[in-house]
Design a binder for this molecule. Structure first.
Ligand SMILES: Cc1cc2nc3c(=O)[nH]c(=O)nc-3n(C[C@H](O)[C@H](O)[C@H](O)COP(=O)(O)OP(=O)(O)OC[C@H]3O[C@@H](n4cnc5c(N)ncnc54)[C@H](O)[C@@H]3O)c2cc1C
Length: 482
């Protein structure tokens, strides 16, 4: 099973920008912004910034637990990278032995999508089992990654990993938010926190109607990138190891109307001709490798993840460069597939990611800082809010199949009224490499939302929420806890 690194870039894409050339400004001038009166758009108990996996789980859970909640999102849809980023595989829900670790909000979302025909995962009885037909089916779907691992006997086994239809996924999250009573404010870009001393009192949003304020008792930063953090004076870290999974942009595009039967027959029946076609596509600057849609209504749909190394995933000059150059490569690649690869003659690019794929960046050094050592710890914390199946670390995963997450990892230090529930949670780069995925962020969000609602109801600081009450709220929301 490949681990992340340059060789995986070669599996997923060709060739990887391993030199990590920085395209942003080298030095920065500044100007002074004059102070001004800002109209207050809304007041709420809990404001969640960012409608990705973390933010949706946070807002929906806070609202379900009785808090007047507003979910603010810069784009016109919910789901973040899981939908708009076309990163639609929700992996590592059970460990390599087949034991489910992640339930709660994430499982509910998966079940609701499954009931709409918009989600696929291997049948429960096959999780952790070496059933050959399923190993082949799911191995092919995502080039083995996330679906297949080796058990201690060296057999390939199938994991509990789900794939969703991103469009239905956006719709379902909006339905869940509305059912829970969380108010949605889309097309609002949060520019920063409203601070009184070291207490966050709300956020400032940029909208097409100008800058406005939203006041709150608790703010949850679920922007993925930790957009509020630079303004609140809390300790943060942004180190990413070059070449690691988190140190790269993803640019994803889907092709439809692919005749996969014809492609499969060509690949297996004429291996030399297939290799020759791959060689030509590669030599002319394209990529011949792809993942397959598994849903019934996605027959003939494939997608390509272009991964491009970057240590500056929030830098607009760098982001512009990536979007323009990756789009150009994607179109070129599709043209080459049409030309050289049987099965792609009538294909077309069905969609490209509406939002650029970012996977790493700023993180808090919070009340508890998760590091590599925590992955090998086989004991839960006294404030455990989630148990993550650990499947991506080879032999270490077999020895330590569960990784525990303490509530304190959501709490930034030295600031009041703020929680972090996204990939900017308190963890080092090694921990982030494995545990900042969609299901993980949904768990962070569920815990933050439940805790925020308790804090508001009881008039407590988020740091002082009694763990017993938080645990009960999580269990009643379907979470699986030790
Ligand atoms: C190429 C690639 C492939 C990946 N593959 C997988 C995979 O297969 N499976 C998996 O589980 N994970 C995968 N990941 C990781 C996963 O996508 C993220 O870790 C996960 O989506 C993080 O969730 P989040 O809620 O922290 O942030 P995001 O998904 O980034 O969501 C953040 C949300 O906040 C909004 N937002 C941001 N800033 C602001 C602001 N200032 N104001 C208002 N709104 C704002 C964004 O628009 C977005 O909706 C992949 C990532 C990449 C880049």
């Amino acid at each position: 099973m490949p681990e992340y690194g340059p060789h995986v870039h070669n599996v997923y894409d060709l060739p990887h920008d391993s030199e990590l050339v920085y395209h942003g400004p080298k030095e920065q001038k500044t100007v002074t912004e004059p102070s001004r009166e800002i109209p207050v758009l809304r007041e709420a108990d809990v404001v969640v910034v960012g409608g990705g996996p973390g933010g949706c789980a946070a807002a929906i859970t806070a609202a379900r637990n009785g808090a007047k909640t507003i979910l603010v999102e810069r784009y016109g849809h919910l789901g973040g990278m899981a939908t708009g980023g076309l990163v639609n595989i929700i992996p590592n829900l059970a460990d390599i032995y087949g034991k489910q670790g992640i339930g709660g909000f994430c499982q509910e979302y998966i079940t609701r999508l499954k009931n709409r025909g918009a989600c696929d995962y291997p049948p429960q009885e096959s999780w952790g089992r070496p059933e050959a037909a399923l190993v082949e089916k799911y191995g092919k779907a995502n080039m083995n990654h996330f679906y297949i691992r080796n058990n201690p006997d060296g057999e390939k086994v199938v994991l509990y990993t789900a794939v969703i239809d991103p469009e239905v996924g956006k719709d379902e999250l909006a339905i869940m938010a509305q059912e829970a009573g969380a108010e949605l404010l889309l097309h609002c870009w949060v520019a920063g926190p409203i601070l009184e001393g070291n207490t966050v009192r709300g956020v400032l949003v940029e909208t097409k109607s100008g800058r406005q304020a939203i006041l709150a008792k608790v703010v949850i930063d679920s922007t993925g990138d930790g957009d509020l953090l630079p303004y609140v004076g809390t300790e943060t870290v942004d180190y990413m190891r070059p070449g690691s999974r988190i140190a790269q942009f993803g640019w994803i595009y889907w092709m439809a109307n692919v005749d996969l039967k014809k492609f499969d027959a060509f690949q297996s029946g004429q291996p030399e001709a297939y290799r020759e076609a791959v060689g030509k596509i590669t030599a002319e600057g394209g990529s011949a490798f792809f993942c397959r849609g598994l849903l019934e209504h996605q027959k003939g749909v494939v997608w390509v993840h272009r991964l491009i190394g970057s240590l500056h995933q929030t830098e607009p000059v760098e982001m512009t460069y990536i979007d323009v150059s990756a789009r150009s490569k994607a179109v070129k690649s599709w043209e080459l597939m049409k030309k050289y690869m049987p099965g792609f003659e009538d294909s077309f690019i069905m969609q490209t990611n509406p939002q650029l794929g970012t996977s790493g960046g700023l993180r808090i050094v919070g009340e508890y800082y998760l590091t590599e050592a925590d992955m090998d710890l086989d004991e839960p914390y006294e404030d455990t809010i989630a148990v993550f199946p650990d499947n991506d670390r080879g032999d270490s995963s077999l020895k330590h199949p569960a990784t525990y997450i303490p509530y304190r990892a959501l709490l930034p230090k030295g600031v009041e009224g703020l929680m972090v529930a996204c990939r900017a949670c308190s963890m080092d780069h090694e921990f982030s490499e494995f545990f900042n995925l969609i299901p993980h962020c949904m768990c962070f969000g569920q815990a933050a939302g439940a805790a925020a609602a308790i804090a508001v109801k009881k008039g407590l600081r988020v740091q002082d929420v009694p763990y017993g009450e938080l645990r009960s709220a999580l269990l009643s929301g379907g979470a699986i806890l030790p």
